[in-house]
Design a protein around this ligand. Structure first.
Ligand SMILES: [Zn+2]
Length: 859
């Protein structure tokens, strides 16, 4: 096949030639005739193609829109690839044995030929509308959500009725009579983005994770070839939902269905761009083909009630339910990224049972988990459980804040949009890049630091932005998008283009995002290095930080736009609070230090107990002499508000030995009720050693000995502090050689050096009386104020599948100090759960209070 665009006739000739060459593999059938009497053909591909319809199948449709030639070209090249590699690649061979491909390279032959020969920008078919206009948009002519549009000259005219067109009817009839189809792709151009199907509401679907994972896994294949990352976009409110599309029709039949928008132009330079789009999509399709069987009746069922419990700073437990057991194992996937792949790259464990503990995690970090069941005999896998999002707990000395961009300081400034720039703030989305009408556009995102304490020490930070869905986004492989921290005071007005363009910056933050990795529908973030955290730290005193996002400042050759649009969550185009830019900061605060003197110092030998003196070693008979000391922890600040971060015992010997012997000294943390006698101390319960032992050499050379508490000792100290107990230590000498008459005297200025920070330990109580009402067509959530001083706010989360177990386990609906909120985007028709968590300034989150929304109930 030539390395250039094929005509429709050349395409047909190729397909029939392939059928002739590979009669066991390929069968071309006619599924309809167009207005201009061209054949609409579908190619069946399977090992033993006469049995193709008995196997689970993947449907491919291309060039539904006349000018979007990628579909036809990709189909032909993929068919050629499959034929050439059917006995070469074992994975492909297996797929062809167990599954079938149904390929319609071109669903709109009339339009395609018209676009090729007369008017390349043609989109519709070639039906005569009878009023002097021509064409129906086939992708608006399907029944789901079809809407009557009397403007026949419109490019998205949906026809007189659903399925009024031969082309849409042909594919409908085929799909209606082939319930073996489990996955469908409709290839379009342009945008380099996947658009998985959605129901006509804004709520999560049970198979949403399946579609996202399928696209993300295809994305990994694409990335291997060209380094490109496609966007994955579905179900984000309040984007306009398209009506009468093929994708939604297939989805309504229970098919996992996705539109793939390829490339940056409808008809690009073949050798430069089209071939690269094809090359990257062939392995992606090949991968998707392996998943076909996993959505068929042969596959094991989906895992139920996948959820989290016991979330710690560095570990958590995943739990789920599943019935059949013997031949089933479970694959668990974890990622730090939104909508990431679920493949070997993210597979963290294959397990039996109904729970899994994930360890060695980073504290206060967002993780995404999903799971699928695998039949160990057949290798077939279940669909994925809906993704579970969780943020690990804070370490003892940590705090975090999710700071949302403030409304008045967040917007974009365009080079040519002058006075209008002011009105972009708090209202529009962020346009960043350059185009012919607006010129260079910079985004400005501002964060207030009211909620950060003045002594905060920033440990980690990230700025998150959500690139919006734009089918029309034309991001060429050109330029990069940078986040920089602007120097406060170096610009007059955030709404002034020149001021922002020339503002002094403290530097760019994290890694620039290259054009081909800037993905629509997937959260992008810039991560601060520790140096950049220090720069941000300096802004805390100023009370706020302003960031500039800039993109390319010149246009690629022959282009009129190189612009990305980010959601700001505000205004009529915003997706609500869930989509606001976020500064995610993990921090600690300044440590305080306190030195506690020993309240008891006692020497306990076999012969006698001496008070107010501290010695240890061996007596004349070689019996051990113990030094005992304890500390009164009540001198520390209240345990509710204090976390001990470090602790050490500082002690000095008053005598030295001229001739060193093999004696070493240990400090033990002990549990002892009484220290009245030698027997008491011999029968002590040892909890842990403190620090390292010291030798006589150390005693001679070091000014003082410093015994550092390890984690367990520190935790024990912490517990004793909370329980109001004394800290008890014993100094014990050891020798391997039976030493006698060897005694060290310790100076009485021994002290316990404790470092601590002020931090609340316990979460506030949960909200009472959490209930649903309906108001103005919206679901309203109400709860009683928690009357505790420590409460800073309430966090409300929605989950369509299970009660949210954690404040990240679902869609965020609200965070703030009110005692009610509306769920603007929720449907009355769909069951769901809401949970409210109370939090303090750390934040510690309370247990959740949950309500179940039942569509059949009255509210
Ligand atoms: Zn299209």
């Amino acid at each position: 096949m030539k390395n250039q665009y094929q005509s429709y006739q050349e395409s047909l000739d190729f397909l029939y030639t392939m059928q002739k060459k590979h009669p066991h593999l390929i069968e071309v059938i006619k599924i309809g005739t167009t207005y201009e009497e061209r054949d609409i053909v579908l190619v069946k591909i399977s090992q033993g193609v006469h049995e193709a319809d008995q196997k689970p199948a993947m449907l491919f449709t291309g060039t539904v829109h006349a000018r979007e030639w990628i579909g036809n070209e990709l189909a032909l090249k993929f068919i050629e690839y499959v034929a050439n590699n059917q006995f070469v690649d074992p994975s492909l061979e297996k797929s062809l044995k167990e599954s079938t491909l149904y390929m319609v390279p071109c669903l709109n032959p009339d339009g395609f030929e018209y676009s090729r020969k007369h008017f390349s920008f043609w989109r519709k078919n070639r039906r005569d509308n009878g009023d002097g206009t021509v064409g129906v948009d086939l992708n608006r002519n399907f029944s789901i959500g079809w809407s009557k549009n009397s403007n026949t000259s419109s490019n998205i005219y949906g026809g007189e009725a659903p399925f009024s067109e031969a082309e849409s009817r042909a594919i409908k009839d085929f799909v209606d009579t082939h319930n073996n189809i489990t996955i469908a792709f409709d290839y379009h151009s342009q945008g380099n983005v996947f658009f998985p199907a959605h129901k006509f509401n804004h709520e999560a679907e049970l198979n949403g994770t399946d579609m996202n994972a399928l696209c993300a896994n295809m994305n990994d294949e694409i990335f291997k070839i060209t380094g490109r990352k496609y966007g994955i976009h579905r179900g984000k409110p309040p984007a306009q939902l398209i009506s009468g599309s093929g994708r939604e029709y297939y989805y309504s039949k229970g098919i996992i269905s996705t539109v793939v928008e390829v490339g940056t132009k409808n008809i690009p330079d073949y050798m430069k761009s089209m071939s690269s789009s094809i090359n990257e999509n062939i392995p992606a399709l090949k991968y998707a083909f392996t998943e076909v069987v996993n959505y068929s009746k042969k596959a094991p069922p989906r895992v139920n009630s996948f959820s989290i419990s016991n979330v710690q700073a560095t570990s958590l437990t995943l739990v789920w339910e599943y019935e059949e057991r013997d031949i089933i194992c479970f694959e668990i996937f974890r990622s730090l990224e939104d909508k990431d792949a679920c493949n070997n790259r993210t597979l963290i464990a294959t397990v039996g049972g109904n729970s899994f503990e994930d360890t060695d995690l980073n504290s206060s970090t967002n993780y995404n988990y999903t799971i699928r069941a695998v039949n160990k005999k057949s290798g077939y896998k279940s669909p994925f459980a809906p993704i579970v999002k969780v943020r690990t707990a804070l370490e003892d000395d940590e705090f975090f804040k999710l700071i949302f961009a403030n409304k008045s300081g967040t917007g974009y400034v365009g080079q040519y949009t002058a006075e209008q720039n002011r009105s972009h703030f708090g209202l529009n989305s962020l346009f960043v890049g350059v185009n012919k009408t607006k010129g260079i556009c910079n985004g400005v995102v501002s964060f207030d630091f009211d909620s950060l304490p003045s002594d905060a020490i920033i440990k980690e930070a990230r700025v998150y932005l959500y690139p919006m869905n734009r089918v029309g986004a034309k991001i060429e492989k050109f330029g990069e998008w940078n986040l920089s921290l602007m120097k406060s005071g170096s610009f007059s007005e955030v709404t002034d283009f020149n001021a922002i363009e020339t503002a002094k910056t403290k530097g760019t933050i994290g890694q620039a995002i290259k054009s081909h990795n800037l993905t629509q529908g997937i959260w992008n973030f810039w991560e601060f290095s520790s140096h950049e955290c220090a720069l941000l730290q300096e802004e805390i005193a100023m009370g706020k930080a302003h960031f500039r996002i800039d993109g390319p400042k010149e246009l690629p050759d022959g282009e009129d736009s190189q612009m990305m649009q980010f959601d700001i969550g505000y205004g009529q185009f915003g997706g609500g609070i869930h989509y606001r830019p976020i500064l995610d900061v993990k921090y600690t605060v300044t440590e305080h230090k306190i030195k506690l003197p020993a309240s008891t110092q006692t020497t306990i030998a076999k012969e006698k107990v001496e008070e107010n003196i501290l010695k240890s070693g061996f007596d004349k008979e070689g019996n051990r002499i113990y030094g005992y000391l304890d500390f009164d922890l009540s001198e520390l600040p209240s345990s509710d508000e204090t976390v001990i971060t470090k602790c050490a015992l500082k002690i000095t010997n008053s005598n030295i030995f001229k001739k060193k012997r093999d004696v070493r000294y240990y400090i033990e943390l002990v549990e002892l009720d009484d220290v009245g006698s030698y027997e008491d101390i011999k029968n002590r319960d040892k909890i842990e050693y403190i620090g390292y032992e010291v030798s006589e050499g150390d005693l001679n050379t070091k000014e003082y000995q410093y015994f550092n508490f390890d984690t367990l000792s520190k935790l024990t100290l912490d517990t004793m502090h909370q329980e109001g107990k004394k800290l008890k230590l014993v100094i014990r000498a050891v020798s391997s050689k039976g030493v006698k008459s060897r005694v060290v005297s310790w100076k009485s200025d021994v002290e316990l050096v404790v470092k601590y920070i002020k931090k609340r330990r316990t979460p506030p109580n949960k909200a009472e009386k959490f209930y649903i009402t309906k108001e103005n067509g919206m679901i309203k959530l109400n709860w009683d104020r928690v009357k505790e001083e420590s409460v800073t706010g309430y966090y409300v989360v929605r989950n369509s599948f299970h009660p949210p177990q954690h404040f990240t386990d679902g869609v965020k609906i609200y965070g703030g100090s009110d005692t009610y909120t509306y769920d603007n985007f929720a449907s009355y028709e769909k069951e769901k759960y809401y949970t409210v968590f109370t939090y303090d300034e750390v934040p510690n989150f309370s247990e959740g209070a949950t309500v179940h929304y039942n569509p059949l109930e009255k509210y």
